[in-house]
Design a protein around this ligand. Structure first.
Ligand code: APR
Ligand code: PHB
Length: 394
């Protein structure tokens, strides 16, 4: 089998790249280790930056998002039993975000890909990348008991943090930057009306809590929990009680509770891999970087990498501009590190780190008080939250 671009992974990064390329007539094949249903079963984040929304529109997958997605012009930061609104639109000249679940984005992209007749091979085992530092890279994999070979011009490594793409780069060519936080997020989904029209990020002495949503009737809530916590130890009652305790009193009083549809714990970490390319392999999305979810940047960073890679591949195939290849990693990394910075800032200032850090706790309070009491501080938060601009290739 032969294609122009072999895409490893059918998460949002791989599917979005595939769809954009498909619309430009650039042939591509996606190899995914799991089944389509498994991929759609994962509950992930839900905030799309304007740039991500625009890119989905360019990919022709905006119809359901426009109907069902919820535009948000602001969000709230809660601390010291008070709430401060970050007026995203007012502080950024009218930019906003869209609350629309990553699961829905993935579903829309899968349907568009199927309608376009592009090839996706699900349950592809033992994917291995070969001859990446030559002009004829190829991918081997197993499907339905047979070993197969996919020849290509380029490989897009969109296979997430545990994928094979990053591991195919010789270790001495990569530098990995990492920070692991001593806590995770316990997430819960429930068919109850959201406690507020906007997201609330709450810093509390008991720990951080986030109130988010998927629709007017479906809420998504998170609690900071210590690393190593087990989801089985969190009954619905315990979750609701703890959430209520971490919210400002006026909000806690209006919280509507109900049975959980899903509960899971995700660890918090920051990782960046440099460079994001090796020969004819380009890494995009979680394969190259992880952010803690506090800034809602994971999916959006995947989209900005895809934006750069898509434009690069179009220039290569349309104009023969293979000389632009060497720019990919630097362009992506400049934006990646700024999103890492923002996610780190949100994480560091909103979570509780330990009992003893009185000095750090006071600094957190001062930081939140200062940034929310100053227009400059609020603009900084707002412009990062709605998403920094994409950088052009040249
Ligand atoms: N071979 C083929 N596919 C693989 C392999 C492999 N060896 N390893 C992993 N995959 C697949 C996974 O099963 C998954 O479907 O690659 C896909 C990667 O998808 P994601 O983990 O969703 O990563 P990405 O597409 O970069 O999405 C960005 O943003 O909100 C965040 O972390 C969240 O998933 C989200 C990410
Ligand atoms: C979510 O809705 O899942 C969500 C929202 C905002 C975040 C993280 C997760 O920062």
């Amino acid at each position: 089998m032969r294609t122009k671009v072999a895409i490893i992974g059918a998460g949002p990064a791989g599917l979005l790249l595939g769809q954009l390329l498909q619309r430009q007539g650039i042939d591509n094949v996606i190899l995914e280790r799991r089944s389509g249903d498994y991929v759609l079963g994962r509950i992930r984040a839900g905030v799309l930056e304007q740039g991500t929304v625009d890119l989905l529109r360019e990919a022709g997958v905006d119809q359901r998002m426009s109907e069902e997605g919820m535009p948000h012009d602001g969000f709230e930061l809660a601390f010291d039993n008070r709430r401060v609104r970050v007026d995203l639109a007012g502080l950024t000249g009218g930019r906003s975000v869209m609350v629309y679940g990553q699961t829905e984005v993935t579903r829309d992209l899968m349907e568009a890909r199927e309608a376009a007749g592009a090839t996706t091979i699900y349950e592809a085992d033992n994917v291995a990348l070969h001859d990446l530092d030559t002009e004829q890279p190829w991918v081997s994999f197993e499907s339905e008991g047979e070993t197969r070979r996919l020849e290509c011009d380029y490989v897009a490594g969109c296979d997430g943090y545990h994928g094979v793409s990053r591991r195919s780069i010789p270790e001495d060519r990569l530098e990995i930057f990492e920070r692991v936080y001593p806590f995770g997020w316990l997430g819960m989904l429930s068919d109850t009306p959201p406690v507020s029209d906007e997201l609330i990020y709450s810093s509390h002495t008991r720990g951080f809590a986030l109130c988010s949503m998927r629709s007017r009737t479906r809420s998504r809530y998170y609690l900071q929990v210590p690393a190593g916590e087990r989801v089985e130890d969190w009954s619905d009652e315990r979750f609701w009680e703890e959430l209520r305790a971490r919210l400002p009193e006026d909000i806690a009083r209006t919280l509507v509770t109900g049975p959980a549809i899903e509960k899971s714990i995700a660890p918090l970490r920051s990782v960046v891999v440099e460079p994001m390319q090796y020969g004819r392999l380009f890494l995009a999305g979680d394969a190259a970087h992880i952010v803690p979810p506090t800034g809602a940047k994971g999916l959006n960073l995947a989209a900005s990498d895809v934006h750069t890679l898509y434009h690069l591949l179009v220039r290569i195939y349309r104009e023969g501009r293979a000389d632009l290849i060497s720019r990919y990693s630097d362009i992506c990394l400049r934006r990646v590190w700024k999103a890492e910075r923002f996610s780190w800032w949100m994480t560091t200032n909103l979570h509780r780190f330990s009992d003893k850090q009185d000095f750090e706790r006071r600094l957190q309070q001062a930081e939140l008080d200062y940034c929310t009491g100053s227009r400059a501080g609020l603009v900084t938060i707002a412009e990062n939250y709605v998403g920094l601009p994409f950088e052009a290739l040249e």
